[in-house]
Design a protein around this ligand. Structure first.
Ligand code: NDP
Ligand code: HSE
Length: 430
């Protein structure tokens, strides 16, 4: 250890995550000094509103500035920690820092999923580290295992619950029978859902995380635009009840799969059996299930959001890049050599659970079955319950290309005997 050495950090953002990081830096100062081999000192803190009351944060008010770019450019800054979020101006600040050889720690999943390649290129140009453990699944050590520990293996599939807000909503619907709107209201009251919950409930947040996970798992550049995305706003209490009848729960899953020279990456609600390891992940927790050829099945579980859990991951990265900086080394940069093709959703192999309201008369089942056959979709199970002149049919298919399943549903909607297609859900994990 060289206690006389100092690591000067520019902190960009001091909100939920940034403020918690400042607190932890203060509380754990002696341990962090010992672990890094240098004292960590904040060179400045860029925020939008420097005069804002920050609840007695243990920091000199003179450190606050609104000029993040000037802070990043300062010669006495060694490392930049970015916890602002969004694409611009964060991209400009981080590229500036990396090109100048300043290592970056960021929690910004949106930016990494949109333009991770530009950040990695700037890091390579400047010989700096780019670490972003907090960007996916908050406190859970997940990206480091993917980018280091599993580099001797071949990952075949990553299945995750990576959005806490939607997991809270779906768990509440399952446990209490509440509808989507009611569960969302409760999530907002508890502070899980933001005032504008669009990014969470429409799956944008999970899609950004899916892109980051797939890029690391498959050594291929995958952006948010490559990810098929559906949110949970159409999941009804009846869907949840129907899943429960089948011994399943509904989760918003992120799925990244490799087959041959292609990957498919998708985010959508899906039914999974209650016996699946991800089914037990309740409340706002996250979990990611990784399947690798040699390692087999691995499960990562913990808190995916919140100030302290996310700051824990940010600080872990800060220790790593700080040590590298002091010993004049750099971690391996982006690994995108495999350059696999991203398969469109239509070619992804999935199973559907379809609920139909149909007329209850001879030949109806045969007509419905013929539609599946016409699209080469094999039926796994059929359940019928009578309702006077009508019947409810629940059909679960075998695996088929998503395009064939979608075409089957479209044709079913056209049939006179089908009163309505009450719900269509994908089925995973069985
Ligand atoms: P907050 O909204 O709580 O904080 C954002 C911070 O950035 C605030 O301090 C704000 O300043 C500052 N800021 C905003 N715009 C600017 C600007 N133009 N110039 C300088 N400063 C600016 O965000 P979070 O802490 O929740 O999230 C930060 C990052 O961490 C995001 O990328 C997010 O996706 C990621 N993340 C967050 C998690 C969480 O649980 N919150 C979990 C995992 C990742 P001011 O304080 O003055 O308003
Ligand atoms: N809004 C996100 C969630 C925060 O609910 O999981 C963590 O990225």
């Amino acid at each position: 250890m060289a206690p006389d050495r100092t690591l000067r950090v520019a902190l960009l953002g001091c909100g939920t995550v940034g403020a918690e990081m400042v607190r932890l830096l203060h509380e754990q100062s002696a341990d962090l000094t010992a672990r890094i081999g240098a004292r960590v000192e904040l060179a400045g803190i860029a925020v939008r509103r420097p005069g804002r009351d920050r609840g007695g944060l243990p920091v000199d008010p003179a450190l606050f500035t609104t000029d993040a770019l000037s802070l990043v450019k300062r010669d006495d800054v060694d490392v930049v920690v970015e916890v602002v979020g969004g694409i611009e101006p964060a991209r400009g600040w981080l590229i500036e820092a990396l090109r100048a050889g300043k290592s970056v720690v960021t929690a910004n999943k949106a930016l990494l999923a949109e333009d991770g390649a530009a950040l990695h290129a700037a890091a390579a140009e400047g010989g700096a580290d780019l670490y972003y453990e907090a960007a996916v699944a908050g406190a859970i050590p997940l990206l480091r295992p993917l980018r280091e520990s599993l580099h001797g293996d071949t990952i075949t599939r990553v299945t995750g619950i990576v959005n806490g807000t939607t997991n809270y909503i779906l768990s509440a619907m399952d446990e209490t029978g509440a509808g989507f709107a009611e569960a969302l209201e409760r999530a907002t009251e508890l502070g899980y859902a933001e005032a504008d919950p669009t990014a969470d409930i429409e799956g944008f947040d999970a899609a950004a995380k899916a892109a980051i996970l797939a890029s690391l798992a498959f050594h291929t550049r995958v952006t948010a635009a490559d990810v098929y995305r559906e949110g949970i706003t159409d999941v009804s209490a009846a869907d949840v009840a129907s899943a429960a009848e089948q011994g399943c729960v509904i989760k918003l899953l992120c799925l990244a799969e490799r087959s041959g020279d292609a990957v498919s990456v998708r985010v959508h609600p899906a039914m999974i059996p209650r016996s699946h390891p991800l089914a037990a992940v309740g409340d706002a927790f996250n979990a990611v299930f990784v399947e690798a050829r040699a390692a087999g099945e691995l499960m990562f579980y913990g808190r995916g959001a919140g100030g302290a859990p996310t700051a824990s991951a940010v600080l872990g990265d800060l220790v790593a890049v700080g040590r590298h900086r002091l010993s004049g080394v750099r971690a391996a940069g982006e690994s995108a050599y495999a350059d696999l093709r991203v398969r469109p959703m239509g070619q992804a192999s999935t199973r559907y659970h379809i609920r139909l309201d149909v007329a209850d008369r001879p030949g109806v089942l045969a007509t419905v079955a013929n539609v599946f056959a016409a699209h080469d979709v094999s039926i796994g199970t059929v359940r019928q319950s009578g309702r006077g002149a009508d019947a409810a049919l629940v059909i679960v298919t075998h695996l088929a290309p998503d395009a064939a399943l979608a075409a089957t549903v479209a044709q079913l909607r056209e049939l006179d005997i089908v009163r309505s297609v009450a719900s269509v859900l994908r089925v995973e994990g069985s």
